[in-house]
Design a protein around this ligand. Structure first.
Ligand code: TYM
Length: 336
């Protein structure tokens, strides 16, 4: 039976452990969408090879991420989870999109500018990354893309690519819109920049309670609260922001009031957060442990996801080739 629900697509890189930025900014929303949309979620390994990586670790990273996603509540009966390199059509469509993407727009991407700054040599892949991302989404003609704020610019480019292709070859692709969740930008433990693996400021989603405690212990709080008896401002403090995602309302109100009156110190405030965070994430850690024991189940889910996506992808590419005059039936009939 065909699924008539609107299609959602999103991707995540297997760059080591998923962290709380990924979880709060994206994965949690992915889980919420599965009943209302036809959701495709992709482990984008072909994106992850753009920066230096160790080939012998890649499969473990993909497996660990699949475990984290399933453990976070993605139910394979209600959504499709797959690995990008299992569906070669992603790169096929990326090539096609390269032909309608202005070079200047790629050079203006903030992530490209950040990642290439100060480097002697920059790969064409780093520049081309958002074109592959556009292909990921448009291959499935997905209209909605749940992402954190850092991906908005890439999505804008995806819309631009869809528009340019449609104008040139005929209406085929929707212009994908971002779906913003409850936490579009989670800061790292430095309290200053986006939580990300490359900034080294993460709390891993599957961190054990003592690890959570350790990471939070070094976290930056209100910089103006220098001494224990200085009143603090919870609204500039990342620890307070994180309480908002993990602690019950009563605890949030208590730490807010006590921070402002200097009747709680940052150390205690962090301990409370660590304990609620560890408790909230415990079921995910539990499920991840069980899934790790059952790799056949995990690979079975990924294989089934890839099989479905290959069918969908082939169908789109056939239409793309048709519109572009690349399908065999365009060979002119012999004269005479
Ligand atoms: P990636 O792997 O960096 O991140 C995966 C998802 O997590 C979100 N995210 C955050 N949200 C809030 N606060 C943070 N600190 C934070 N860190 C990460 C990201 O916004 C993202 O939604 N280019 C993408 C992967 C990708 C993709 C796609 C996404 C490839 N193809 C197609 C959507 C559609 C990336 O590197 O995400």
């Amino acid at each position: 039976m065909s699924d008539r629900r609107q299609r959602v697509f999103s991707g995540i890189q297997p760059t080591g452990e998923a962290h709380l930025g990924n979880y709060l900014g994206a994965i949690r929303n992915w889980v919420e969408l599965v009943d209302d949309y036809d959701c495709l979620y992709c482990i984008v390994d072909l994106h992850a090879i753009i920066t230096e990586y160790e080939p012998s670790e890649m499969q473990e990273r993909v497996f660990d991420l699949a475990v984290s996603l399933l453990a976070s509540g993605l139910d394979p009966e209600r959504c499709t989870l797959f690995v990008q390199s299992d569906v070669p059509e992603h790169t096929e469509l990326a090539w096609i999109f390269n032909t309608v993407t202005p070079l200047g727009e790629l050079g203006r991407m903030t992530q490209f500018k950040d990642k290439s700054r100060g480097r002697e040599s920059v790969s064409a892949g780093l520049l081309d990354y958002p074109v592959l991302q556009a292909a990921d989404i448009l291959l499935y003609r997905a209209g909605l893309v749940p992402v954190g704020e850092d991906q908005f610019q890439h999505l804008e480019l995806s819309r631009d690519i869809a528009r340019r292709w449609n104008v040139r070859f005929g209406e085929l692709f929707p212009e994908p819109q971002p779906l913003v969740g409850h936490a579009p930008r989670i800061l790292g433990v430095d309290g200053a920049s986006k939580m990300s693996k490359s900034a080294g400021n993460t709390i891993p989603l599957l961190a054990e309670p003592d690890e959570i405690g350790k990471r939070l212990a070094t976290a930056v709080t209100d910089p103006d609260r220098v001494r224990r008896n200085d009143p603090g401002n919870p609204h500039v403090c990342n620890i307070f922001a994180l309480h908002g995602h993990f602690s019950p309302a009563g605890v949030r109100e208590e730490v807010e009031a006590r921070c402002q009156t200097a009747t709680i110190g940052c150390v205690d405030c962090k301990r409370k957060l660590a304990s609620h965070m560890a408790e909230d994430l415990a079921p995910i850690r539990e499920r991840a442990r069980a899934l790790r024991e059952d790799p056949d189940r995990v690979y079975g889910i990924l294989d089934a996801g890839a099989a479905r996506c290959r069918r969908l992808a082939r169908d789109t590419l056939e239409q793309v080739y048709e519109h572009m005059g690349l399908a065999r039936r365009h060979v002119p009939a012999p004269a005479g």
